[in-house]
Design a protein around this ligand. Structure first.
Ligand code: NCD
Length: 322
C-alpha cells in the first residue's frame, strides 16, 4: 500500500483532495472504528487540545457527531449556538472566531448558511496565529467535506468490510438523486466520487440540476430510470426548501411520483444495491418510509455511525499536525 501522508492544516473543500488524502482519512477512520468497537471507546490523542464547534446554522447529526468525535479523542469541547451568543448583540463572525482563538482553541469546526465563511475564517486565523485548524462542517450550498468522507467510508466498508480502501470504489456506479442545485453534500461527493474513480450519475428535475455538473465528469439525467439502471449505490437528497428562493417543483406528491426512491424502483439497479441519505430525511418525499427503515437496503444508520469515525480521523489528522 502507498505511504499515507497528511499536509493540510484546514479542510475547507474536497476540490483539491488527492487520492492519498482520501486514503489517509479513510485508513485513519478505519482504525478509529476499531477503537469505537471497544468497551473503552476513548483514546488520549487530543488531550488538552480545544475543539470549538461554531455552528451558525442548525444541525443535529453533524454537530453532535463532531462533539462526540472530539470527546472520544479526549479533547476539550466548546459549543456555540448563534441564538444564545454575542452574535445577537452585533458581534461579527470574525470577532466571534477571534474570541475562540484567544481562549486557546486549536480546531474550529464551522457551519454557516453562507458559502465561503469557513475559508474567510481560515484566512483571518492564518494572519493571526498560523496554528488554528479550520474544518468546514457545511457552508451554504458550497461544500460539506466530512459528509462526503463518511459517505466514502460507508461505500468502501460495504464493498470490502475487512480491508476497505478508497480504490474499492473504482468503476462502481453511484446515482445521486434529488435537489443537487442546493446541495453541498452533492458537491463534496462529486469531488470524492470522481477522484476515486466512480461512475457518477445525477438525476433531478431540470430546475434542480444545473447542466454545468456534466463539465466535471458526472452524467446528467432528468429522469430516474437511466440513473438507476445497474447502479451499485443510490444516494437520495432532501429538497432544501430553506435555500429555494421560489418553489422549484410543482408539488411534493409529483416530485415523489417522478423522483422518489422506492423499493420497486430499485429493481432496475444492481442486485446488491444500497441506498444512502445524509439526513435529515423527509419520509415519503425523496425516499419511501419503508425503504429507509430496511436494513438490507439502507446504509443510512451506517452513515451516522461512520460519521463519528471520520470526524475523529479529521480531528486527529488536523490536531496532531498543528
Ligand atoms: C446535510 C446538510 O446539512 O448539508 N445534512 C447533514 O449534514 N447531515 C443535508 C441537508 O441539510 O439536507
Amino acid at each position: 500500500m502507498t505511504e499515507l501522508t497528511w499536509q493540510r492544516r484546514h479542510v475547507i473543500s474536497l476540490s483539491d483532495f488527492t487520492p492519498n488524502d482520501y486514503e489517509t482519512v479513510l485508513q485513519t477512520a478505519v482504525s478509529f472504528l476499531e477503537v469505537l468497537s471497544r468497551r473503552n471507546k476513548k483514546v488520549p490523542t487530543l488531550q488538552s487540545k480545544v475543539v470549538a464547534n461554531l455552528f451558525f446554522e442548525s444541525s443535529t447529526r453533524t454537530r453532535n457527531s463532531f462533539e462526540l468525535a472530539a470527546k472520544r479523542l479526549s479533547a476539550d469541547t466548546l459549543n456555540f449556538a448563534p441564538g444564545t451568543s454575542s452574535l445577537s448583540k452585533g458581534e461579527t463572525i470574525l470577532d466571534t472566531a477571534r474570541t475562540f482563538l484567544a481562549m486557546g482553541t486549536d480546531i474550529m469546526v464551522i457551519r454557516h448558511q453562507a458559502a465561503g465563511v469557513p475559508l474567510a475564517i481560515a484566512q483571518d486565523m492564518d494572519t493571526l496565529s498560523g496554528k488554528v485548524a479550520i474544518l468546514n462542517a457545511g457552508d451554504g450550498k458550497h461544500e460539506h467535506p466530512s459528509q462526503a468522507l463518511l459517505d466514502l467510508l460507508t461505500f468502501c466498508m460495504y464493498l470490502n468490510p475487512t480491508t476497505p480502501t478508497a480504490k474499492d470504489l473504482k468503476g462502481k456506479k453511484v446515482a445521486i438523486v434529488g435537489d443537487i442545485l442546493h446541495s453541498r453534500v452533492a458537491r463534496s461527493n462529486l469531488w470524492s466520487l470522481l477522484t476515486n474513480g466512480a461512475d457518477v450519475h445525477l438525476a433531478a428535475p431540470p430546475t434542480l440540476l444545473p447542466p454545468e455538473f456534466a463539465e466535471y465528469g458526472a452524467k446528467i439525467h432528468y429522469s430516474l430510470e437511466p440513473a438507476l439502471e445497474d447502479a451499485d449505490f443510490v444516494m437520495t437528497l432532501r429538497l432544501q426548501m430553506e435555500r429555494m428562493g421560489q418553489f422549484l417543483i410543482p408539488s411534493l406528491r409529483e416530485y415523489h411520483a417522478k423522483y422518489g426512491i422506492t423499493r420497486d424502483r430499485l429493481a432496475k439497479c444492481a442486485p446488491n444495491v444500497q441506498v444512502l441519505h445524509p439526513g435529515p430525511v423527509n419520509r415519503g418525499v425523496e425516499i419511501s418510509s419503508d425503504l429507509m427503515d430496511d436494513p438490507r437496503l439502507s446504509l443510512i444508520d451506517r452513515q451516522v455511525t461512520n460519521g463519528v469515525a471520520i470526524r475523529m480521523s479529521l480531528l486527529y489528522l488536523l490536531g496532531t499536525a498543528i
